[in-house]
Ligand binder design. Sequence first.
Ligand code: ASP
Length: 351
Amino acid sequence: MKRDSDLSRRDFLRAGLVAGLAGGAAARLAASVARESIEPAQRGMPVIIASGNGLRASERAMAMIKAGADTLDAVVAGVNIVEEDPSDMSVGYGGLPNERGDVELDSCVMHGPTYNAGAVASLRGIKTPSSVAKLVMERTDHILLVGPGALAFAKAHGFEEVDLLTDNARRAWLRWKERLSKSDDWLDDEEIGAEAERPTGTINCCALNEKGELSGVTTTSGLAYKIPGRVGDSPIIGAGLYVDNDVGAFGPTGRGEAAIMSCGSRIVVENMHRGMKPEDAALELLQRICAKTTEKRLLSSPGKPNFNLNFYAVNKDGEYGAAAIYRGGTYVVHDGTTNTRKQSAYIYEGR
Ligand code: ASP
C-alpha cells in the first residue's frame, strides 16, 4: 500500500477533518487522499475485508460468495473457522476467560439487504456465538440476547453446550491470577516476565458481493480476564459493527470501551455516506477518539492513548481500507482473486 509519511498524512487529515465539519469541500479533500493510498478492488467484484486473523475466514467466505451464497451466510461460515479453532485465544473455543476463569463470548451480525441484525453477549458454553447471533436475527423479534437467556436460546436451537476453556487458556489465566498481587497466597513465576499481559483480539469480517449486497460479523471472547458480565463493543450494533447496504460496512477490533463511547461503527459508515473513502473515514474517527481521550489512566503520553483500535471498512463501490491508532496493525482483503494480509494505515508510529 502506498502511504504518505506519518506526519504529512496526519497534517493532511487534520486539515481534512476541519474542512470536513464545514461541508462538501471536505469530501473532495478526503477523496484526494484516499486515491493515493487505497487499492480499490475491481468494480462489480466481490470483496471481503477482515481483521488480521481472518485469512481463513475470508477464503471460505469468498468461496461461498462465488458459489452464490448470501453475504451474511458467507461471513459467518468464515468466522466459524476461527471460533472453533482453539489456537486463536481471542475468539470462541479457546478464548481467554474472565477473571473467574469462565469464557464469555460476544458477537453480532448485520445483514445489509434486509437491514436486520442479531447479537449475543456474555454467552457461555457455545463455540460459535456468531451463528447464534444470526439466529437471533432470523428467529426472534429481538436484536440482543445476553447470558443465560442467550445460552438457553442457543440450546433450544440445538447448539451443544461445551467447556470452552482449553488448557492453554486456563494456564494463561492462572499466570495472570498468580501475578495479581504480591500479598496474596498465589505464588507467581518470576521467569514468566514482569508484566502480566492483557491481550485483546477479535475477528471482524465484512463482505460485498457482485450485486452490491453487504453484510458483516464480529465475534470475540472480549477483554481477557474481564469482570464477569463485562460486555465490549463486539455485540453492540453501531459500535462493534455497522452495515448500511447503500453505503458500506465497518467493524473495529481493540479497546471496546472506546468503540462504544464513540458509537464508532455508525460514525465511520456515516463518514463514508458523506463521501469519505473507507481509510479516511476510519482515520477521521481514530483522530476524534485520540482527541477525546484525556483521562490520565488511558494515556501513555499526552495526546496518545495507551490502547489501540483497529478499523476495517469497505464501501459499496468495493473500495476498502483499514486504520489503527498505532503502526503495526494488519488486515486481510480478498478481492475475488487474491487473499492477502496488508498493513493498516495509522495515526502514530508508536506510543
Ligand atoms: N473489542 C473487543 C472487546 O473490547 C476486544 C478486542 O477486539 O480485542 O471486547
